[in-house]
Design a binder for this molecule. Sequence first.
Ligand SMILES: O=C(O)CCC(=O)C(=O)O
Length: 294
Amino acid sequence: MGVSGGGHGEGNPGGHRPQGGSRGGGFPGVFKGGRPRGRVREWGESGGEGSLGGPGWGSQGFPGWGCPSASPVVPPGTSPPVCAPPFLRFAFSRPVILRGVTDNSAFRALCTRDKLLAAYGQRLVRLSTANTYSYRKVDVPFQEYVEQLLKPQDPTALGSDTLYFFGDNNFTEWGPLFQQYVPPPFRIPGTSGAYSFGIAGSGSGVPFHWHGPGYSEVIFGRKRWFLYPPDKTPHFHPNETTLAWLQHTYPTLPPAERPLECTVRPGEILYFPDRWWHATLNLDTSVFISTFLG
Ligand SMILES: O=C(O)CCC(=O)C(=O)O
């Protein structure tokens, strides 16, 4: 797959973008609501690695919100073809979790807190506000982001007052790191991939938005996803954080209005199809990378 640096956000209703967070354990006490409407299907090896909060990035919060195991479709140890027919069967219709299709343990070893601080501490990173229509950008040294801004989400903060490190990456400075990332091997014919890399605190996330298809992989931590098909606009306020939406709106949704949900852990990759609405919530301090197909 040809992969370049790049952002997401084309085609979304305004050009969303994310928010901010820090070290520490998982985010407690937000999943008290009813049952989700459905879970995202899984494809690949069964089982999972559990939470890899990882050295220095904090660790887990919530037990019991993982996706159930799936039957293997791609046998462990085989190399699936780039345009594997099973991938194309769902690529245009539904999100899926892929398991066991890549090994990013070498990349993960480079993404510990200490390694990233040593390599990039003095470099500037660009933060975006965590609202659906995210235009404000703030540049800070990576070390300042990690040591001062990377905190658990304030549940009372507005999206426009919450900074998130995701995307807007400097691919010259961070190129040597991103070259170690193994992207998902499947692609939609005619597309290439563009990476967005991020690190964010527990309880942080991006509120509902949509754009083109792509993948999201968690390197450390766990990420909860909420998804709706393109024809089902979610109930949300564009300046409300995912955490606030989860606390205030989610519990009021009748079962038929609930999103598809899943938790993505290290070793798993979520594929989201074109124009699907989605919101994210980092259950732990998380390191993550998306590959946008366009
Ligand atoms: O990983 C995240 O928190 C944001 C991901 C996202 O919304 C996206 O890839 O479009």
